[in-house]
Write a protein that binds this ligand. Sequence first.
Ligand code: RB5
Length: 146
Amino acid sequence: MKIWIGCDHAGYERKQEVIAMLNARNIEVKDCGCNGERVDYPLIAKVVGKAVAANPGDRGILICGTGIGMSIAANKIRGVRASVCADAFSTKYTRLHNDANIMCMGARTLGGGVALELVEIFLDTPFEGGRHEARVHMITELEQEW
Ligand code: RB5
């Protein structure tokens, strides 16, 4: 599993912290920018979203001021299930029940310690499958309808 990671200017410092943590865990990381410069978050969400959609099994991490803009943009891409992750319970259950493949976090809403812990949960929690499989499939079907 590779991690595709991206941020806008608001999320740059937090992204560097997350990359350092992923490196310490020997997880392959693809950094899709930005490098601290001012950038419109949909551009970065598009790059990470397309990469995750094209590489099933990989995951994405997107960081902006709130995580919300990144999630709205990434969820426009077929195959992406992006969730704003701001607490441990939601982060765990968006993996267990929604098979979320991208986590979005707010650098202005979460402290660094919390963010890194949420990344651990997102990476280490499997999809539960079972009755949730059909529901996730229904989301995929919605993508074809609209
Ligand atoms: C940038 O100022 C900010 O709007 C962006 O990082 C994000 O919070 C949008 O959702």
